[in-house]
Design a binder for this molecule. Structure first.
Ligand code: NAD
Length: 343
């Protein structure tokens, strides 16, 4: 048996689609927009919106700190905005969600990374050093505009880690307890597009189209089914050791896959086929290494002395996972990820 609930997002995909922004806001029946964007994009976005833009906030931060949300909320209220337009990565999208869930404002998201947050009803917020996650239909953005032109300025290192962050959503969807035929199709196509895009980055051509489409499909998986060991580990490492989101995903993914490989052989075989390799965990490790991404927690600045505490935190709250979660097994996984060993 399975249950599948589609998330009702409107998606506009194509090079130059940012030009449709005003039309998409009006389509929602909204007329007063707060723009959330960094310096790189804010003026272009305001020019496209014209009179619809009534306010601007540029201070979005990683892991959606509630203090930042409160400052943005004051700007939104002062401007009497009824819609937020967010142009940026997962951090900017997180702020849009935090504002929408507090005010009922509609959201139009224009992602410039591959985090996938724009198609999930999930919001993770931090307050007093603790990251809490909640899920609600009110958090899901109404409209997403994917314009590949905005992703061309992404630096190579952010491109690689963000694409592997997306890959992780697709991988864990394939061995999720809620896995179903629709999400399987999305996940396998996401694995194909993301790996093709990562391999083609140096060549240029259509690599960024593949990466952006793959990110959308993978994000849809993340918004549809529950994630497992890999996402929980990264959540712990990010929240408690202040490690950067996408680089942490990039290092941990091959090791979390190796941990689950024997317990999820069918998923691993399908992932390996989609990647065009013999062994899925090693294939992901090699994909990252060849693209020049980080392969060890050590290089992300984690102290070896913190591995025991990370293990304790990771075994603290149980959750569904293909392989049984044991203290020794997780400590060994983290040790290998810290040292950057090929699985
Ligand atoms: P991010 O938004 O912080 O962006 C990473 C870096 O890339 C930043 O320095 C940003 O300024 C830069 N950048 C973004 N777009 C750029 C562009 N076009 N050109 C040049 N530089 C650009 O990081 P992220 O990895 O996209 O998102 C991470 C955040 O998203 C975390 O807080 C994470 O928890 C959250 N997230 C949430 C979900 C969800 O479903 N709720 C899913 C994935 C990630």
């Amino acid at each position: 048996m399975f249950v599948y609930t589609a998330q009702p997002a409107r998606v506009v995909f194509g090079a130059g689609s940012l030009d449709r922004l005003a039309e998409e806001v009006e389509r929602l029946g909204r007329s007063r927009v707060l723009v959330l964007a960094g310096r790189r994009h804010v003026e272009r976005v305001e020019a496209v919106l014209g009179e619809l833009a009534v306010g601007r906030f540029e201070g979005a931060a990683m892991h959606t700190p509630v203090k930042v949300t409160e400052r943005a909320l004051a700007v939104l209220r002062e401007a009497d905005a009824d819609c937020v337009v967010a142009v940026g990565g997962g951090s900017t999208t997180g702020l849009a969600k935090a504002l929408a869930v507090r005010t009922g404002a509609d959201q139009v998201i224009v992602p410039t990374t591959y985090s996938g947050s724009e198609v999930t009803p999930v919001l993770g917020e931090t307050e007093n050093g603790i990251k809490k996650t909640r899920t609600s239909p009110d958090i899901l953005p109404e409209t997403v505009i994917y314009d590949v032109e905005l992703t061309r300025s992404l630096p190579h290192d952010v491109t690689v880690t963000s694409a592997v962050n997306a890959l992780a959503h697709a991988v864990e969807a394939l061995y999720s307890p809620q896995a179903n035929p629709v999400v399987d199709l999305l996940a396998l196509d996401a694995v194909r597009r993301l790996s093709t895009g990562l391999r083609g980055l140096d060549v240029g051509n259509d690599a960024r189209d593949d990466l952006l489409a793959g990110a959308w499909l993978a994000g849809t998986c993340l918004g549809s089914v529950g994630m497992a060991l890999h996402h929980k580990l990264c959540h712990t490492l990010g929240g408690s050791f202040d490690l950067p989101h996408a680089p942490t995903h990039t290092v941990v993914l091959p090791h979390a896959m190796a941990y689950n490989a024997a317990a999820a052989p069918d998923a691993m075989r399908r992932i390996a086929d989609a990647l065009g390799v013999d062994d899925a965990p090693r294939g992901v490790f090699d994909l990252v290494a060849t693209a020049g991404g980080p392969t060890s927690l050590r290089e992300l600045g984690m102290a070896e002395a913190d591995l025991d505490r990370a293990t304790e935190l990771a075994v603290g709250t149980p959750y569904p996972n293909p392989a049984e979660l044991t203290r020794d097994g997780l400590r060994a996984l983290l040790g290998r990820a810290w040292a950057g060993e090929r699985p």
